[in-house]
Design a protein around this ligand. Structure first.
Ligand SMILES: *Cc1c(COP(=O)(O)O)cnc(C)c1O
Length: 361
């Protein structure tokens, strides 16, 4: 089979999503399945829907368009604030978008009127992580302005933590989001339908027995695809951590000195790697590189160590494996390695499932 390739087990992804949908459902929280790491894969999207996610979310309109083209039957939310320059496409292909700038919502309104459609808006609130979000004090006036715009439907509010600064979702910041929903309803006499509390980093909080308040949605990507929570990157009980694996092929296997010889300057990536002499080592080169994966995000089988990578070469050392030319090595991936592999045209994606239900027609 061709290499490098991602092996994508749709049954395991579906299982992971289903378990999270069930556990969170007991707390009144629905799941938006986040597909941004999958490059708009219709098969994965359908596996998530099969598992009971309520809607799909993606950060890129291109991915949403790909899923639409494949007739994935779901409500789709653009979870990154739309670019002004993409407003027309957003209105055409996404049902809802997450927003923080009134200028963008005005443009969405303009384009929605031209297209004779309605577009849903979730307003994102800044609660400490300092990525996207309206400052809480400015939220009410932004809701008011949003409500005044033709063909725009105010769907709710949300927040995103643990992405830029690692701020953990907790009782305090989640309570603020709940209070904001309550005060919008009390002040403006409307229903805030969606209160989206965050991403995979919120799972621990949501299942801890904490007061959930008004939070009724989480946007989950990594936890479903990789089976781990994202505050400490620990496996989630009952989930598969090997639903997606990377397989790459050995193109050179030799015994080599561990210490380079000659005068040392920068390597291909402008670094000067530290050097220790460990004598002769068994080194293997795999035909995959920085273009395709994040080498620091690969977990090799026991007995094999990832030493580094240049654009097209991944260097391994092993003390127990027979890694001859043509052999294949299978890795687990972290999110950053996964995203790069998914988006690399050099990495083949091989889907596996026990049923054909996942394949949209
Ligand atoms: C990426 C992203 C998510 C999903 O994050 P995971 O850690 O993959 O669960 C949710 N919301 C927003 C706004 C995002 O950008």
């Amino acid at each position: 089979m061709t290499a490098p390739r991602l092996g994508i087990d749709l049954d395991k992804i579906c299982h992971n999503a289903r378990i999270l949908v069930e556990r969170l459902g007991k707390h009144g929280i629905s799941v938006t399945g986040v597909t941004k790491a999958t490059l708009g894969s219709a098969e994965i999207a359908v596996a998530l829907l099969e598992a009971g996610v309520k809607r799909l979310g993606d950060s890129r309109i291109e991915n949403i368009e790909a899923m639409r083209l494949a007739h994935v039957p779901a409500s789709m939310t653009l979870i990154r604030s739309p670019m002004l320059s993409q407003a027309k496409r957003v209105v055409r292909h996404a049902d809802v978008s997450c927003n923080t700038e009134i200028a963008v919502i005005q443009k969405l309104s303009f384009e929605a009127q031209k297209a004779d459609r309605n577009h849903g808006v979730i307003l994102m609130v800044e609660l400490g992580d300092l990525r996207e979000g309206i400052m809480p004090d400015d939220l009410m006036q932004t809701v008011r302005k949003t409500l005044s715009l033709p063909n725009i439907v105010f769907k709710g509010i949300g927040t995103n933590l643990a992405c830029r600064s690692g701020v953990s979702p907790d009782g305090d910041n989640m309570a603020i989001l709940s209070e904001l929903a309550d005060s919008i309803e009390a002040t403006l006499g409307l229903t805030v339908e969606i209160v989206s509390g965050g991403n995979s980093a919120n799972i621990e909080w949501a299942l801890s027995g904490a007061k959930i308040g008004r939070i009724n949605d989480l946007r989950l990507g990594e936890a479903i695809l990789l089976g781990c929570e994202t505050l400490h990157r620990q496996p989630i009980d009952g989930l598969h951590t090997d639903a997606i694996t990377l397989c790459a092929e050995v193109i050179e296997a030799k015994s080599k000195p561990s210490k380079p010889s000659g005068r040392i300057a920068q390597n291909a990536f402008g670094e000067a790697p530290p050097v220790t002499d460990r004598g002769l080592v068994t080194q293997a080169i795999l035909a995959v590189g920085q273009q395709d994966i994040d080498p620091s995000g690969l977990q090799a089988p026991i007995g094999i160590e990832v030493m580094g990578a240049s654009s097209d070469h991944l260097i391994l050392e092993t003390d127990c494996f027979e890694l001859s030319v043509g052999a294949e090595v299978v890795f687990q991936l972290n999110y950053s390695a996964l995203v790069r592999a998914m988006t690399s045209p050099f990495v083949t994606k091989v889907m596996k499932s026990s049923s054909t239900d996942y394949y949209p027609r």
